[in-house]
Design a protein around this ligand. Structure first.
Ligand code: NDP
Length: 309
């Protein structure tokens, strides 16, 4: 198989030798928009330019170097018959579990208040909250969300999760489908969004849904910026209808310097780093799938375009 490396944001010198070592039977080349088409059948992509698909018309499979494929599915230049394969976990779910756990401990154990107390050399013997005071709800129970839910449940927090189809996760109360969303929200104080961005989930974090959470709620958004109606959150914070948020993804990235989120101490901003793509794990996973394809076997992680993820 001839595989093209077409990730303008990644240094090919750091990837190509590792790809060649992992797939000795394949030809690996770097996309050259100024040269003739390579004739490659597959490509590794991350935020590729539209020109790739006008130039390389022989591509039949795209390996996306990320879990979310929303950006690819918005590109009309990708012919419908091209198979899109996403990363499945590949070391991301544990990072996301760490991120969610950090955000949860930070608010539920009052660590910020202790930082402020230290600055005043104040021995703050406040009464702490109990885990039962922090029911966690995880939107999305896929490769990443299931790991997040399970990790927080293992720490002893009451955890529920919401998915499109029914899921079973030990120690986690599960809800499925749009009709179950109100009941899920009504028992949740700490909401973590790990949904894929699809026509069904765009804008799902809005005033109507967030106002159904328990009082003194905290939102963690690690899905996509477009899941959140940002103005709704800004207003709800202003009105004291939600206590705070930990946000990793935004409508515009980098987050514009004049955005209200930068200035609100109740909002914790991180620059889309909740779960980074790990090079070795990703290459190992893609090489395994290439080998399966070459043996004529079916592979997992193929995006269902009609579902949007
Ligand atoms: P998966 O496809 O494995 O899981 C998606 C989950 O969302 C499934 O449980 C699915 O339900 C559920 N879901 C999808 N649509 C709906 C809907 N309409 N209603 C209810 N539930 C729905 O994805 P991953 O876990 O691998 O990744 C999820 C997302 O996390 C990615 O798409 C990406 O946007 C984001 N992400 C962000 C990163 C970051 O650094 N900030 C890093 C990695 C991922 P069902 O189980 O029924 O299919």
């Amino acid at each position: 198989m001839h595989i093209l490396f077409a990730c303008p944001h990644h240094d090919p010198a750091a990837w190509v030798p590792l790809l060649e070592a992992a797939m000795p039977g394949c030809r690996i080349s770097v996309w050259n928009p100024d040269g003739p088409p390579s004739g490659a059948q597959a490509a590794l992509v991350w935020r590729p330019p539209a020109a790739l698909f006008e130039h390389e018309t022989g591509l039949t499979t795209l390996f996306n170097l990320g879990a979310g494929v929303d950006a690819l599915l918005k590109m009309p230049e990708i012919p419908p018959q091209v198979r899109i394969v996403r990363l499945e976990d590949a070391g991301m779910s544990v990072q996301m579990a760490e991120y969610a756990l950090y955000a949860l401990l930070r608010v539920s154990r009052d660590f910020e208040a202790f930082d402020h107390a230290q600055a005043r050399q104040h021995w703050d013997t406040r009464e702490g909250s109990r885990q039962a005071d922090w029911p966690v709800g995880v939107l999305g129970l896929g490769q990443v969300g299931a790991r997040v839910a399970q990790t927080l449940a293992e720490f002893g927090y009451p955890v529920a999760g919401w998915s499109r189809t029914p899921r079973e996760i030990p120690g986690v109360e599960t809800f499925a489908g749009a009709a179950a969303l109100p009941a899920f929200l009504a028992r949740t104080r700490f909401l973590v969004n790990v949904l894929p961005l699809t026509p069904d989930t765009v804008g799902i974090l809005n005033r109507e849904t967030l106002s159904q959470l328990l009082p003194h709620a905290h939102l963690v958004n690690v899905g996509r910026g477009e899941h959140l109606v940002e103005d709704d959150l800004v207003q709800m914070l202003e009105e004291g209808e939600i206590d705070g948020a930990t946000l990793d993804v935004f409508h515009t990235e980098p987050l514009p310097k004049d955005h209200a989120f930068w200035r609100d101490a109740r909002v914790h901003v991180t620059p889309h780093i909740a779960a980074r793509t790990l090079r070795d794990e990703s290459i190992r996973q893609i090489a395994g799938k290439v080998a399966q394809l070459q043996r004529g076997e079916a592979i997992t992680g193929v995006v269902d375009r009609s579902r949007g993820y």
